[in-house]
Ligand binder design. Structure first.
Ligand SMILES: Cc1cc2nc3c(=O)[nH]c(=O)nc-3n(C[C@H](O)[C@H](O)[C@H](O)COP(=O)(O)O)c2cc1C
Length: 277
């Protein structure tokens, strides 16, 4: 019996939406599928155990943050055992600025483990920092066409999983940014980008200590002592700002809109949604 796991992090839900499409395709083919949302207190250890036993295919999904995959996804990959018996397919959701080198980063970390890269996909998504913007980048994405491209990707990967000798793709297929852009992005990281992100502020008078922020935080970076405090583990997903029922947590995200739009124009990345198989 073939087995697969879909492991992803999805603070705003789009990567999770793509994961569900992939899971449905696996189930349709009768492949037993483990699903792990790394943001829900699960670090994927049971998937790691299954990979150790062998005979496992892995889909690994991340949102693109500052051109790279998010830390929980790279931490999960770093804990995987080395093996030459694992088929992998990374996927990303990106907010119409640039999908950066996130697929390349994930593909490299996975092939460094000895895994066989059998495909990868990127899907356009609404930019998760722009929920207050009237015209957010990636508005309405992923749409039906994006979803159908992802479904096609998943069904082709399923066929590879089912085949006797699945054809791999070269890692260089995922280095699709122009060379100077790729080199520039190698120097970017979320840690560096954090310094340029709008700071979060807490209004203690509005805060009711309802715990929504700490429950929603995908990296457990918020503790209430007795008011929310943000640790350095924060990945700047801003879900605490977006979901605080009392608007006690704020960040001046409006200032980002113009910068993100001009960066998107400069990058002009097309197509938005695509796969490599
Ligand atoms: C801190 C931060 C950084 C981001 N960086 C990028 C980026 O470099 N390029 C891009 O196109 N979108 C970027 N986005 C947008 C997300 O990649 C996009 O909205 C994605 O769909 C979010 O995935 P999720 O819905 O699974 O959380 C960023 C969002 C956040 C919050």
């Amino acid at each position: 019996m073939k087995k697969a796991a879909v492991v992803y992090c999805s603070p705003n839900g789009t990567t999770g939406h793509i994961a569900k499409i992939i899971e449905a395709e696996l189930e349709r083919a009768g492949i037993t599928c483990l699903s792990v949302d790394l943001g829900k207190g699960d670090d994927g250890s049971h998937v790691i155990e299954e990979v150790e036993k062998g005979n496992m295919s892995l889909f690994v999904g991340s949102p693109v943050y500052a051109a790279r995959p998010v830390p929980p996804v790279m931490q999960f990959i770093s804990k995987l055992p080395k093996s030459n018996n694992v088929l992998v397919a990374p996927f990303v959701a990106w907010g119409a600025v640039s999908s950066g080198i996130a697929l390349y980063d994930m593909g490299k970390a996975l092939t460094d483990k000895g895994y066989t890269l059998i495909g990868a996909a990127k899907s356009a998504a609404v930019h998760s920092m722009m929920w207050r913007d009237e015209n957010p980048l990636g508005e309405g994405r992923p749409n039906e066409e994006d979803d159908s491209i992802v479904r096609d990707f998943a069904s082709r990967i399923v066929k590879k999983i089912e085949s006797e000798s699945p054809r791999s793709i070269p890692l260089s297929d995922l280095a699709y940014q122009p060379e100077p852009v790729h080199a520039e992005m190698e120097k970017i990281s979320l840690t560096l980008a954090k310094g340029r992100m709008p700071a979060k502020a807490l209004n203690e008078e509005l805060c009711t200590q309802c715990l929504v922020c700490s429950e929603i935080c995908p990296v457990e970076a918020i503790t209430l002592t007795p008011y929310p405090r943000f640790s350095d583990d924060c990945i700047c997903c801003f879900q605490c700002v977006k979901n605080c029922p009392e608007t006690a947590i704020t960040a001046d995200l409006d200032q980002m809109g113009d910068y993100l739009r001009s960066r998107a124009q400069e990058m002009n990345e097309r197509p938005f949604t695509a796969f490599f198989v």
